[in-house]
Design a protein around this ligand. Sequence first.
Ligand code: HEC
Ligand code: HEC
Length: 400
Amino acid sequence: MNFKHTICSAIILSLCLFSASCSDDPDPVAPTPLTDDEIITRTFGDAIELENLANYANQNVPRYIRKNNSAAMPITDAGATLGRVLFYDKQLSVDNTISCASCHKQALAFGDDDRASVGVNGNTPRHSMRLLNVRFADEVQFFWDERAPSLEAQTTTPIQDHIEMGFSGEGGDPNLDDALAKIAALGYYQVLFNFVYGDSIVTEQRVQSALSQFVRSIQSFDSRYDEGRAQAAGELEPFTNFTALENLGKQLFVAPPALDTEGVRIAGGLACAGCHRAPEFDIDPEMQNNGVIATIAGTGTDLTVTRAPTLRNVVRADGTGNGGLMHTGDFDLDAVLDHYNRISDEGNTNLDNRLASMGNPQQLLLTPAEREAVIAFLKTLAGQDLYTNEIWSDPFGPMP
Ligand code: HEC
Ligand code: HEC
């Protein structure tokens, strides 16, 4: 506890004494100023200890993971800790009902099991996206349609979205400055911003940086795929820890098909990895759509979806879902394979040419055994730790 912190806490407490919200103070006549640690402990119990931060900055990354889109954006333990608090804080929404974690649930690999997620003013028009391994990728643009130019820019858009968190500044909504002022008035943020940035000023750029550090810190490399990949010389070699079925699935996922001029597969694999690139399973940044062009609402078309989250943890290791798949949220793995097995280009002016031959959309003619193999392989991409590791859990306590 240094002098500056004591003064700061004293100011916070005296402000607090004049506000009705602190009327339950046990002894308002002779208050002892709360220390920073006490303010943090009162809010977060032992979930956050400023003197003993969780490790976000130096997590183990396997040697075969080479992609990193954030080398210039380092993660610090303090910054990611602040980001964790912001991520789980319902105060970021106009009516204190919705946090980032309402739609990005740790138990679902930071995705959602609702097709359309519920925000403060209705439902999102697209399905929520799993958030993990976002930095182990070449793509630096975010959202299904890549409309956010960076993760930093992405993180404050939900706050300013009328449907999601409601600080849009339009149609009677308060605006982002109101959200920042609301955050700045909370005692635990005065401590945390001061701890991270040296003063307690809350700016959009600081909120973006902290949220991005937290989101970037979410990683998953404890899958059976990783166990096999760590021992293998390369992607194509059979993994010794895989069943024959899983190795066949891996082979099919990676190897390109031979399509005839009608788009019909006459030999080879399925070339999934041409777009979902092993070993990160990140999406190729140069991409048109994959033929899924419906909307959740069922009206119109959605031709601009050119991104997918990493396929790691697309389902859990036991095959149970982390919510529906694709931007429409209504696919399971069987439906995904049905889709790629016979792509339709009806009404689609933006189909990626990797899914067609001479303009004819692909037909993979998957056998039941091939289908089973690919699904078995996709299950090997799921880790365990992500779903429960406390460093990514709710610091305010479990969600009700
Ligand atoms: C009401 C639900 C909801 C809330 C609240 C919400 N999100 Fe999302 N999030 C979504 C949906 C839906 C998408 C996909 C939207 C799209 O692409 O059009 C998404 C996409 C994202 C992405 C893009 C992921 C990728 O791989 O491109 C990131 C990152 C993200 N959200 C982070 C956050 C953060 C940080 C917050 C809190 C400040 C937050 N979200 C709040 C529903 C929500
Ligand atoms: C031409 C590039 C391309 C190829 C080839 C491709 N995909 Fe995709 N994939 C995408 C895009 C883009 C999306 C996001 C589409 C959407 O949500 O509308 C996607 C989405 C998915 C999803 C859902 C991800 C999620 O988080 O909801 C799965 C699973 C998937 N693909 C599996 C496969 C498999 C298996 C193959 C091979 C049979 C394959 N993909 C081939 C581009 C491709």
